[in-house]
Design a protein around this ligand. Structure first.
Ligand SMILES: Nc1ncnc2c1ncn2[C@@H]1O[C@H](COP(=O)(O)OP(=O)(O)O)[C@@H](O)[C@H]1O
Ligand SMILES: O=c1ccn([C@@H]2O[C@H](COP(=O)(O)O)[C@@H](O)[C@H]2O)c(=O)[nH]1
Length: 213
């Protein structure tokens, strides 16, 4: 009976460094002891590139076409059919997909997280709950500087240049407009415990309804 139930898909989006990953991990932690749950990052589905590093650095990574959305939809549909996937691995430090993949087994709850997951209608329609993490541009840019210098091997100059050239304009052109598709808008992300608790309650209700609890 349990194997035949459709898994629950929670989409968590918002601008870069809004707190999407932090919210996704909080939900994951909440359910991981008692439920079968997994994270699926849209970033894993950035397109691979044959261009040299100097040119890869200049790619617009905040445009919908930077992602292999076809592969992401195909993998998500497999997980919904309770089939396993070989998830690509993305390496931000080299701006490219790594040679490796990670074998992922299907789970009852799938948390899909990324800047442009609500842009594509077909992908959007696969989600049960859509969340937009809404954090002001100035806070996000400060967080991004701190994170990208430490975790993604970037210089301050490079982060500022990329932010002005693509990150900020693409946010306003493509990401922020997807807020209208969200069921829930979470201000400030990871520290918003009330929103995380509300989300957890709703997920638990769907788990109960589908007999997955
Ligand atoms: N509410 C918050 N207050 C302070 N720092 C936060 C908050 N939410 C996230 N952060 C920090 O901001 C950075 C970006 O958060 P992250 O969740 O990785 O964002 P995203 O996945 O949207 O890019 C991380 O270093 C994280 O620890
Ligand atoms: O090669 C790359 C790929 C992506 N980026 C930037 O990453 C963010 C999305 O990740 P978040 O965790 O949501 O911040 C996006 O804004 C891209 O600009 C990159 O710099 N290089």
């Amino acid at each position: 009976m349990t194997e035949l139930q459709k898994p629950i898909v929670i989409g968590i989006t918002g601008g870069s460094a809004s707190g999407k990953t932090t919210v996704a991990h909080a939900i994951f932690e909440h359910f991981s002891k008692n439920s079968s749950i997994m994270l699926l990052e849209q970033d894993s589905y950035y397109k691979a590139s044959d261009l040299p590093f100097a040119q890869r650095k200049l790619i617009n990574y905040d445009h919908p076409l930077a992602f292999d959305t076809e592969l992401l939809i195909s993998d998500l549909k497999k997980l919904l059919r309770r089939e396993s996937i070989d998830k690509p691995v993305y390496d931000y430090t080299i701006h490219n997909r790594s040679e490796e993949t990670v074998h992922v087994e299907p789970k009852d709850v799938i948390i899909l997280e990324g800047i442009l997951i609500l842009d594509d209608e077909e992908l959007r329609n696969l989600m049960d709950i859509k969340v937009f993490v809404d954090t002001d541009d100035d806070i996000r840019v400060i967080r991004r500087i701190q994170r990208d210098m430490i975790e993604r091997g970037r210089s301050l100059e490079n982060i500022i240049q990329q932010y002005r050239a693509t990150v900020k304009p693409m946010y306003h052109e493509f990401i922020e407009p997807t807020k209208r598709y969200a069921d829930l808008i979470v201000p400030e992300g990871g520290e918003n415990q009330v929103a995380i608790d509300l989300l957890a309650t709703k997920i638990q209700a769907i788990l109960n309804d589908r007999g997955l609890a």
